[in-house]
Design a protein around this ligand. Sequence first.
Ligand code: ADP
Ligand code: MG
Length: 138
Amino acid sequence: MAERTLAIIKPDAVAKHAIGDITRRYEAAGLYPVGMRMMQLSKACAEGFYAVHRERPFFNDLTTYMSSGPVVVLTLEGSDAVKKNRDLMGATDPKKADAGTIRADHGASIEANAVHGSDSVENAQIEIRYFFAESELP
Ligand code: ADP
Ligand code: MG
């Protein structure tokens, strides 16, 4: 059954001109963009998005980093989209990510790790709605 997930191509990956490669990987894996927008997040927007991590020691650095340059936010659709995207991304720390994953190939550090992906179907719905109005998606 088709499922949707939210992905973000983070500032480090946009800066190294990896938008095309990462988007190609999504499509090759059967994760098809149904919503896609390049934007610069404000600090407040990044804080709202990562609100679950509010108490973490890295929260301020993370939200400063996420608002440091343009990102690409995508709603991806495909079968088992949430898990498929997590597998494609690899572990949070690029040094620990499996070879061939997006983070292993493009991530610079545990913070600047190239991509975001929703971690559950429930969170995917919340995250998609954070960036895309109902009227913007098919
Ligand atoms: P994931 O993105 O793999 O779901 P988390 O939800 O745990 O990972 O963390 C959200 C984001 O916060 C990570 O993608 C990364 O950019 C950043 N982050 C996570 N852990 C750390 C850490 N120990 N130090 C700095 N940044 C971190
Ligand atoms: Mg997460």
